[in-house]
Design a protein around this ligand. Structure first.
Ligand SMILES: [Zn+2]
Length: 325
């Protein structure tokens, strides 16, 4: 060690000591600011060609996915969750999407309103945070009529979206809005029918509920696609602009950490598990092959990304963060 090195070392040590003293002198007696403990506003926005797509969070809720998932074993579910540093009960996202085509403002699903517990029902607050008001929504496309997708439509028996027309597959409407089906439903599922009927009622009464049948063109560049299995008339919505494509897949998948790698795994909420599994596999296969974007109502917010084939299943690739410059 040379003299120069020693000199440098001692002057560096002196400098460190000095700045440590300075920090001590300027530090307040109590440095702790209260923790904010609030998330970022629940919206995320991308462009898809000329179309603006905004993911809106309705909130999250903890789901006991180890008992809800079926066509698998609890050990496999626990292992896949652990591989993603997760465990059951799993904090699960509830997402809705706002599509601005330039001529129409379209909402896909509405969140749970007050039908699914206190941690959900944040849709309207997050929509406003994203720069839109509920009155600006022209059309609402419903993927299916489970309470966490339609609960946000109405509040205290009145419409939340004053100028919107609501659209859903006719088979979905015929099933959930039927008084006869409500009456014959068992005690556990009556609430699902009641929730759907209360949420749709003010729009039906105002003549602003217009069901469609199967695959239908709903707006320029936007069409529905039958995604059956989860419910009798579960619909996906396909958005296309300038060669880019996004498919809003609703509840085709619930637990990304398990079902991408194992697309044959189903969930207790599926009405027809065989069709749900087939539809999920077909959609993932197309999306991986063609390279288009998917968005899922229960994939971790914002729930938008690509899939790639991996082993016997798929890998989820979340969309890159963008500040839209
Ligand atoms: Zn759902």
């Amino acid at each position: 060690m040379t003299t120069l090195h020693l000199k440098l070392r001692s002057s560096l040590a002196a400098l460190v000591a000095c700045s440590a003293l300075a920090m001590l002198a300027s530090a307040p007696v109590s440095a702790a600011a209260p923790m904010a403990k609030t998330p970022a506003p629940g919206f995320f926005r991308i462009m898809l060609g000329d179309v603006e797509v905004t993911a809106i969070s309705d909130g999250t809720t903890d789901l006991p996915v180890d008992t809800l998932l079926s066509n698998t074993k609890k050990e496999i579910v626990d292992k896949e969750l652990a591989a993603s540093y997760l465990k059951s009960p799993l904090e699960t996202s509830f997402n809705a999407y706002v599509i601005n085509t330039g001529s129409k403002l379209i909402l896909v699903d509405t969140g749970a309103g007050n039908l699914f517990g206190p941690t959900l029902g944040n849709f309207v607050a997050n929509l406003k945070a994203s720069g839109y008001a509920p009155e600006q929504i022209d059309e609402i496309y419903i993927t299916h009529m489970h309470p966490d997708h339609v609960g946000g439509l109405a509040k205290d028996g009145k419409v939340v979206f004053a100028n919107a027309t609501v659209r859903a597959d006719k088979r979905e409407a015929d099933y959930w809005l039927s008084k006869a089906n409500l009456e014959k439903a068992d005690a556990n599922s009556k609430g699902f029918f009641q929730g759907a009927q209360a949420s749709l009622a003010p729009y039906v009464a105002a003549g602003r509920f217009k069901p469609f049948e199967g695959d239908a063109e709903l707006a320029p560049g936007v069409h529905s696609h039958v995604g059956k299995g989860h419910t009798p008339g579960h619909a996906e919505y396909v958005i296309e602009s300038k060669g880019q494509k996004l498919v809003l897949i609703g509840d085709l998948i619930h637990v990304g950490a398990v079902q991408f790698a194992h697309p044959s795994v189903t969930i207790a909420f599926d009405t027809d598990t065989v069709s749900a599994e087939a539809e999920r596999k077909a959609e993932f296969s197309r999306a991986a092959k063609e390279g288009y974007l998917l968005a899922g109502a229960h994939l971790q917010f914002p729930g938008i990304g690509h899939v790639a084939t991996e082993g016997q299943g798929y890998r989820w690739i979340p969309v890159n963060y963008t500040q839209m410059h």
